[in-house]
Design a protein around this ligand. Structure first.
Ligand SMILES: [Zn+2]
Length: 72
């Protein structure tokens, strides 16, 4: 059995390509805009006044700027 380190085993050079991202921390999920049908929808949650209530999820379409919300 060989008991030697493989000198050719080196770390692969990680190349990070920084894309120009205009939006911060934005993830487009599978949310579909009910108005235009595009999936370019921003979503964020906001806690309502009572902390024991589930947060409200807000949605806003980047395509047609239609916004709506969802409870719970
Ligand atoms: Zn839309």
């Amino acid at each position: 059995m060989k008991n030697q380190e493989n000198p050719s085993k080196k770390k692969p050079a990680l190349k990070r390509v920084e894309l120009e991202i205009e939006e911060e921390e934005t993830e487009f999920g599978d949310i579909k805009c009910p108005k235009c049908g595009q999936k370019k929808v921003d979503s964020w949650t906001q806690q309502t006044r009572a902390s024991d209530e589930p947060p409200t999820t807000f949605y806003k379409c980047r395509n047609c700027h239609y916004s709506w919300r969802e409870y719970g």
